[in-house]
Each structure stands twice: as C-alpha cells, then as structure tokens.
Design a protein around this ligand. Structure first.
Ligand SMILES: CC(C)(COP(=O)(O)OP(=O)(O)OC[C@H]1O[C@@H](n2cnc3c(N)ncnc32)[C@H](O)[C@@H]1OP(=O)(O)O)[C@@H](O)C(=O)NCCC(=O)NCCS
Length: 201
C-alpha cells in the first residue's frame, strides 16, 4: 500500500490488490465499530495483547489517552467497518521523550495486502512531526509473521527479554524488542520514491 508518507488524515490509500481504504484517526464515534473489529479477532491474536481490547472499558481508557495526547491511533476503515489500526504510544519518562512505541493489528482477511505497511508509514509521518526520533515495536518470538513484517520494514532486533510475557493461558514467552530510527524510515520511503509516487492519492 502506498500512503504518501503524508501527515494528512483522513485520506484514501490504495492496497496492494488495487482496492481503496480510508485511513483516519480513531475517535469516540468509532467505539461500536472498533469493538466489532476487536471482538472478531481470533483468540491467538488476542493472546499476546497487553490489554483486553475487546473490553469497552479498556477502549474508553484508550480514547481518554488519545484525547490526553498520550497515544495516537490511526484506523483503516471501509464502508463503516474497521479492518486494522496502528498506534503510537508516547513515553511519559522524561529521558525517553524521543522514543515512541508502535503497535499494529490487522484483521485476518486484510493481511498481506500492504495495510500493516501503510499504517506503519502513516504512523512514522506523525512520529516525525511530533519529534519522535526512535520507534520500538515489541513482539514475542512466536509471532513469526510480525517478525518478518517488521524486518521487511527495516526494523532491527535490539533486545531479547527472556520469559518476559505471560499470555492469557499463563504460559511465558520471550519478548523481542525491535527498533527503527524515524528519520531513517522517512529516507527509506524517499529512496523507494514512495513519497512522490502516491502524490495523486
Ligand atoms: C504483523 C501485521 C501487522 C502485518 O500486517 P499486514 O497488513 O499483513 O502486512 P503487510 O501486508 O503490510 O506486509 C508488510 C511486509 O511484511 C511482509 N509480511 C507480511 N506478513 C508476513 C508473513 N506472515 N511472513 C512473511 N512476511 C510477511 C510483506 O511481504 C511485506 O513486505 P514488503 O513491504 O517487502 O512487501 C499483521 O500480521 C498482524 O496484525 N499481526 C498480529 C498482530 C501483531 O503481531 N502485531 C505486531 C506487534 S505490534
């Protein structure tokens, strides 16, 4: 998917299969649709999430954090249905103000069409604008698809934390921390000509 690396939201973006989808910020009016999306996710996808995003109270807290400027969330929507999101979590630790954490989740039926890449690009554009210099993404060693995806996007493994995650069944997993410098991601997009190629979107 090509999203122009642009800051403008909402905007229409093209997926790798040629279809279009709208990228826009998550807002209070989206709660029902957002819950419909999270509640449709298979257990395996929910197993490793830090919070229970199928819970209306958790989503309400999330929106509070968005309104307080602690989280920025972009959703992908088509015909009133949400198919995925990417979030940028800002650090409230003074010495890590330049670091943001990226979380991405795409519905099963939309995977492999460039939506994860497109949402990540959209988040990086926002991160650059907000003065974030380094992006991290965390995943367990079992999340092979996510590891391949983030490596394809130029993220590098930076740390391995043993038995750091306990899933909902109580089983522990090693956690990988990947990182990418934000300016470098922008140069990568520029080098691929992606910022210009999509200017007609
Ligand atoms: C990881 C995830 C966000 C990827 O989303 P997606 O929309 O399917 O990914 P894309 O189609 O944009 O693919 C991006 C790149 O990764 C590659 N990729 C995607 N899924 C892959 C897989 N399972 N195996 C290998 N490579 C894969 C694509 O080929 C593409 O490479 P390219 O940019 O060179 O073309 C999605 O699988 C997901 O929601 N997983 C569950 C949640 C999760 O693990 N999130 C990550 C932790 S924050």
């Amino acid at each position: 998917m090509n999203t122009n690396g642009s800051l403008a939201l909402p905007r229409t973006a093209k997926l790798d299969d040629g279809s279009e989808i709208t990228l826009r910020r998550l807002g209070r009016d989206d709660v029902a649709e957002f819950l419909a999306f999270t509640q449709s996710l298979p257990d395996h996808d929910l197993l490793f999430l830090r919070t229970d995003i199928t819970d209306a109270g958790v989503v309400a807290d999330w929106l509070d954090n968005i309104e307080a400027g602690r989280i920025l969330t972009i959703v992908a929507e088509r015909d009133g249905r949400i198919y995925g999101y990417a979030s940028l979590h800002f650090s409230n630790t003074p010495w890590s103000k330049h670091v943001g954490e990226l979380r991405v989740l795409i519905s099963g039926e939309m995977r492999g069409k460039g939506l994860g890449r497109g949402l990540t690009e959209a988040i990086f554009a926002q991160a650059l604008d907000r003065g974030i210099e380094k992006m991290v993404a965390q995943m367990t060693i079992d999340q092979k698809g996510a590891i391949s995806t983030f490596e394809q996007l130029g993220f590098k493994a930076e740390a391995l934390l043993r038995d750091h995650v306990k899933d909902r069944t109580g089983q522990t997993h090693d956690l990988l921390v990947y990182s990418h410098d934000v300016a470098g991601f922008q140069s990568q997009l520029d080098a691929y000509g992606m910022t210009e190629a999509a200017s007609g979107l």
